[in-house]
Ligand binder design. Structure first.
Ligand SMILES: [Ca+2]
Ligand SMILES: [Ca+2]
Ligand SMILES: [Ca+2]
Ligand SMILES: [Ca+2]
Ligand SMILES: [Zn+2]
Length: 496
């Protein structure tokens, strides 16, 4: 049980006001050794009580946990545990109650909403500091909302009435205690954490990280050439249930079974089918943390379902009817190339923002173009400039003969004059426009503008209409000069 700093090691016998009321426990006789019988010594009703909050059965008997209360309010960290053997005999009592002055008022002077605000400020400040300490891609998310504040009592020598505000942030769940009389923050601490795990991945893929277009799949073998491409990473935002399930990703099915590790260590090489599961988890989590860092809180902000290597063809796909991404294992296992994962995730992003997205040929082409662009922009920070416009450099080694191996590119120079009515081919018109916006505005600004523009797409949008709302988004976010740069990019592709 988590302990509050306010809990005193033992309740002094001096806490004469202590009385166990309303329980009818026969603590006196059985607890004699453990607690010196002080429970029976007092008679004054100070409003203190114990509330049974949990009963557990173990191999040796039963365990009763009580929350200490004062005038019906929980005492933070105040508890009593009673352990009973199979014969019903109390074998021990652990008394973790705190002394409460009998004149402590339980009327709050500070409103709950004010306390919530104070708590949010404390949590946000600390989360921002922890982001500075290494978690550069970590995200700030909204913390407590009004209504989460509960009145409670802190015991001990600084006894007082507090608002107990539970909030969520990048650090996990935080408990902040705000003095209900003065409004001061008494304590703010993380009480649970999102689990961090360890994994091994390619980032984004071996061709790029090793700057070597000659690497080969070798039928999924862990060859000496590919070994250096394995990189140890932290897997953030895991639920902590021992599977690759978390805030933004959930591996729901996989060839060979879903990976499990009680201590969250998912360390596999590429010839182990679980490697691809780690790839999907890591790279989607990265992309969502980036999206949140840009300020978007509702861009596919859910745990995305993935099926890994369950399709033996050399293809991967997003199924909007089940909201699931399936990664194929044909040729280079698709999930060994983060750019394939990011491309498919691009479809999930668009489907989340625009219900029924992709109803027209051009909308479909933009879906492919955006997926390719998203793969490329996500690769930028880890690619050290290596042939950035090349899409799926590693997966493509299985089915292209020329170096560089690229499924497609975002710099083909195609314009609307080159439309052929095939979504992947025509997508290169759109992805080149987005890539030019990336070049003109810089990565973060470009991605803000492009994602923002997507919120205004129609499901059956034309490229020209989508270009217009993207220009408009640039204007509203960054002004006229930025809008002109975006217009130039679309004009170069003859979209506008
Ligand atoms: Ca593999
Ligand atoms: Ca493949
Ligand atoms: Ca394969
Ligand atoms: Ca690439
Ligand atoms: Zn696609």
């Amino acid at each position: 049980m988590a302990k509050s700093v306010y809990r005193r090691k033992a309740i002094a016998a001096a806490s004469a006001g202590f009385v166990v009321v309303s329980l009818g426990l026969s603590l006196t006789s059985a607890a004699g050794a453990a607690s010196a019988g002080q429970e029976t010594s007092a008679t004054a009703n100070t409003g203190q009580a114990l509330e049974l909050i949990r009963t557990k059965t173990s191999l040796l008997g039963k365990h009763y946990w009580y929350q200490q209360t004062y005038n019906g309010l929980p005492v933070i960290g105040g508890y009593l545990a009673r352990h009973v053997d199979k014969a019903g005999k109390v074998t021990s009592i652990k008394d973790g109650r705190d002394a409460i002055p009998s004149n402590l008022s339980t009327t709050a002077k500070v409103p709950a909403a004010t306390a919530t605000k104070t708590a949010n400020a404390a949590v946000a400040a600390r989360a921002a500091r922890s982001r500075g300490n290494g978690g550069k891609n970590a995200t700030l998310v909204p913390t407590a909302t009004n209504g989460t504040a509960q009145l409670a009592v802190v015991g001990g020598k600084d006894a007082r009435l507090v608002w107990n505000v539970t909030s969520r942030s990048v650090e996990g769940v935080t408990r902040t205690l705000v003095d209900a009389k003065s409004g001061a923050t008494v304590e703010s601490k993380v009480i649970t954490r999102n689990a961090d795990g360890r994994g091994v991945v390619f980032d984004p893929n071996p061709v790029v990280s090793e700057r070597n277009g000659k690497l080969q799949d070798a039928d999924d073998a862990s060859t000496d050439e590919l070994f250096p491409a394995h990189k140890a990473v932290i897997l953030r935002n895991l639920d902590g249930n021992g599977k690759l399930e978390g805030k933004y990703v959930r591996i729901v099915a996989a060839e060979g079974g879903v990976a499990q590790s009680a201590n969250h260590r998912f360390l596999y090489e590429r010839d182990d089918d679980r490697f691809e599961q780690v790839m999907a988890y890591y790279h989607v989590n990265q992309t969502q943390e980036y999206i949140h860092k840009l300020g978007f809180t509702e861009v596919n902000n859910a745990s995305q379902d993935f099926e890994i290597n369950t399709f033996t063809g050399d293809n991967s796909f997003y199924d909007p009817s089940t909201d699931t991404i399936t990664m194929g294992s044909g040729g280079v296992d698709d999930a060994e190339d983060a750019e394939v994962i990011w491309h498919e995730y691009g479809h999930a992003i668009q489907d989340d923002i625009v219900p029924g997205y992709g109803e027209s040929l051009q909308a479909g082409a933009m879906g492919e173009g955006f997926g390719d662009y998203w793969a490329v922009t996500m690769s930028v920070p880890v690619s050290r400039g290596f042939d950035l416009p090349c899409v799926m450099d590693w997966d493509a080694t299985s089915y292209t003969t020329e170096e560089p191996h690229c499924l497609r590119r975002t710099d083909t120079g195609k314009t609307m004059d080159d439309l052929v009515g095939q979504v992947h081919a025509d997508g290169e018109i759109w992805s080149h426009a987005l890539w030019d916006i990336h070049g003109a505005l810089g990565r973060d600004k470009a991605n803000k503008v492009i994602l923002q523009g997507t919120f205004f797409y129609a499901p059956d949008t034309s490229m020209a209409d989508a270009a217009r709302v993207t220009v408009q988004s640039a204007r509203l976010l960054y002004g006229k000069a930025a809008a002109e740069k975006v217009t130039t990019a679309f004009k170069a592709r003859k979209i506008l």
